[in-house]
Design a protein around this ligand. Sequence first.
Ligand code: MTE
Length: 327
Amino acid sequence: MFIHRRRGWEIAERDATPEAVVTGRRALLGGAAGALALGAAQPAAAQWNIFGRRPNMPALPPLAPLAALRSAKYEPGRAITTEPEATTYNNYYEFGQSKSVYDEAQALKVTPWTIEVAGMVAKPRKIGLDDLLKSVALEERVYRHRCVEAWAMTVPWIGFQLSELVKLAEPTSAARYVVFTTLADKATMPGLRQSWYPWPYTEGVTIEEAANELAFLSVGMYGKMIPPQNGAPIRLTMPWKYGFKSAKSIVKVTFTDKRPRTFWEELQDSEYGFWANVNPAVSHPRWSQAKERLLGTDEMVPTQIWNGYGEYVAGLYTNLKNERLFA
Ligand code: MTE
């Protein structure tokens, strides 16, 4: 995902500048100060060649098995992406801007893991992930995932509804938004040296979105614990929104009455807004959102409004006027 934050010395980027070219040019200019991220601007196939899986992929550490019953309700209507494809083509900027961050991400330390519940709640507190998992019901859901960069995958996630965490947190009646703050550990995350990004990575949703049955916190995928590169040990999964809303490696959940300004919005609000609902009819300022490329097969298929989940979520937005729901 490219963002372009223009500085006086920069010339305008063409729409389809590959990330490697952008970062390379910044390096030549003596620093990375103007470089930005999230880029699908180049044609999908070219992006795959530049950022795709390394030819001699190293064996990754095995993950502990995690079993949960698959919910039949969320039948995705397309084939599940293979596990190697979904776990070696990632966006995790804390570990770097390439799609091949899977081996860098193995440095992530996931035990012990604590989530802080803060802000407008009955009792601010810290919950150990193990304790949290004892109080929720795990299930498997196969969801479509649509990145704003126009690639897509279909994944069997294991986790629980975000609404269960909201219930445990006991937000006050004044709370309107839920903000997710993710790990920012300088010792293990080389991407944090890129100081022009507004670390830590944060995302936010409304209380109503958080209560929606589709909003999910994933702790596993493909019958195992979730691997570091996909957001271990716990990540948000919001299938009707562009993938950047699905914050990885969450360490804090804050309830607030103020709409948060989140990571990508802070970087480039003209391109990555608060709502970020999937809609093929509303182009990204620099590319079309009409189609998506399926990881694994590279097949191009039409994108669906709300990523095909309109029956569950369209009603959340009926009273919102003059909002950019689809950016
Ligand atoms: N969460 C964190 N902490 N850091 C990131 O860079 N990237 C986002 C989202 N969550 C990101 C993140 C983007 S842009 C996408 S598309 C999805 O994670 C990618 O999830 P995946 O790598 O599991 O496919």
